[in-house]
Design a protein around this ligand. Structure first.
Ligand code: PLP
Length: 428
């Protein structure tokens, strides 16, 4: 039998770091990543035959569980007709109609191949629409590896951005202003001073890339206020939260209407898909209707559309999202109770079908500084012990957890039993 360690060794010969996306490398965890052979429902099965209860769900898409039979059936049927035509297809219109029904702020939508493409294109469109260059993002929010968005804060809210990766030109990074997440005063101060200069504000309406941090009361409202007042475009990056926090995304959950929305993950049902859309007036600036260029050889790919459409139609079932949120509460309440009993400082955040677990004695975690002040070593131990007990959590303290409808009461009970044993070991 080939082990994960052997496969990782081999992978590193021709793949940088042995992975095609950095977080998969388990860097900082002191172990080789687990190589997965197949998945079914809430379970992953590795190449050594070990089963794990999975709370990553391919980083979000697998909201009804892995290898959903309806999604697979739709893809099997579709594959017989050919893989890609590079022409318009009826299924793209079906997808656009459904997205615009489920997310009413979207009058029009363009399909792309990833979340990164969605945010990149939305930023270009916002710049083209406003004729302005500067954009605002928030510390700890990840919007894919777009040059303009791989930027972190300088020494204060009003300083120019610094690239957070070599290869991002300073000239571009200077156009990105980074503010602390959930800091309403910083947003109002910036817009009072230079709001008329700002093309767009892009935000994860629930932050899911510094663990899981929901917006504080009034934060999203403030973003809507200042962008309205200054004619800037408000972009909700709902690549993670879309169809997960609620059927209509975080914008439905919190009742705030953005100008543009970016989607990914669930919208593709596990295939490589993203989408961006919003107000007709802005979307009409997009090529071929308008002058802002954007395109894609495989955009709207029929196989990907059939997977995504099938999944979206499934999660429209009555009470789907309430049930998912109940499962999240069951898990998070259970973790908190067991940690408390073991004397381990821990708090959880929940937002519909996503959640965060923080090893900290801070009373609240509302932003990047507090998230990075949590105990990374405690997370590393917890992660390792849970993996040994057959529970697969995101391999980083800065990633959100994802629940699926396929997780049963027994799966959650097994997870809590594993956590109880892990906490006992950690407290010893
Ligand atoms: N935006 C958010 C909020 C994300 O979480 C991600 C990926 O995790 C992206 C954008 C980028 O999506 P992709 O990895 O499909 O390019």
């Amino acid at each position: 039998m080939t082990t994960s360690s052997q496969l990782f060794e081999r992978a590193q010969r021709h793949i940088p770091g042995g992975v095609n996306s950095p977080v998969r490398a388990f860097k900082g965890l002191g172990m080789a990543p687990v190589f997965i052979e197949r998945a079914q429902g809430p379970y992953l099965f590795d190449v050594e035959g070990q089963r794990y209860i999975d709370y990553v769900g391919s980083w979000g898409p697998m909201i009804t569980g892995h290898a959903d039979p309806d999604v697979l059936k739709a893809v099997h049927e579709r594959v017989e007709k050919g893989l890609s035509f590079g022409t318009p297809t009826a299924i793209e219109t079906e997808m656009a109609d459904l997205i615009c029904t489920l997310v009413p702020s979207m009058d029009m939508v363009r399909m792309v191949n990833s979340g990164t493409e969605a945010t990149m294109s939305a930023i270009r469109l916002a710049r083209g629409h406003t004729g302005r260059d500067r954009i605002v993002k928030f510390e700890g929010c990840y919007h894919g590896h777009v040059d303009s968005l791989l930027v972190k804060a300088g020494s204060g809210a009003l300083t120019h951005g610094e690239p957070s990766s070599p290869g991002v030109p300073d000239a571009l990074a200077e156009l990105t202003i980074t503010l602390p997440y959930n800091d309403i005063d910083a947003v109002r101060t910036l817009f009072a001073e230079r709001g008329d200069d700002i093309a767009a504000v892009i935000v994860e309406p629930v932050a899911g890339n510094m663990n899981c941090i929901p917006p504080v009361a009034g934060f999203l409202e403030a973003l809507r206020d200042v962008t309205d007042a200054c004619g800037s475009v408000l972009i909700f990056d709902e690549v993670m939260t879309g169809f997960r926090v609620a059927l209509g995304g975080a914008q439905a959950h919190y009742g705030i209407t953005p100008d543009l929305t970016c989607l990914g993950k669930i919208v593709g049902g596990g295939m490589p898909v993203g989408a961006f859309g919003g107000k007709r007036e802005i979307m009409a600036k997009l090529s071929p209707l308008g002058p802002v260029y954007q395109a894609g050889t495989l955009a709207g790919n029929p196989l990907a559309m059939s997977a995504g459409l099938t999944l979206l139609n499934k999660i429209r079932a009555p009470h789907f999202h309430e049930r998912l949120a109940d499962k999240v509460n069951q898990l998070c309440d259970g973790l908190e109770a067991r940690a408390r009993a073991a004397g381990i400082p821990l708090l959880t955040h929940r937002a519909g079908g996503m959640f965060g677990v923080f090893f900290t004695d801070q009373s609240a975690v509302d932003g990047f500084e507090q998230a990075t002040a949590c105990d990374a070593e405690a997370f590393r131990r917890f992660f390792t012990l849970m993996l040994e007990h057959g529970v697969y959590l995101a391999p980083s303290p800065y990633e959100a957890g994802f629940m699926s409808a396929a997780h049963s009461d027994d799966d959650i009970a097994h997870t809590l039993q594993a956590a109880e044993e892990a906490f006992a070991r950690m407290a010893a």
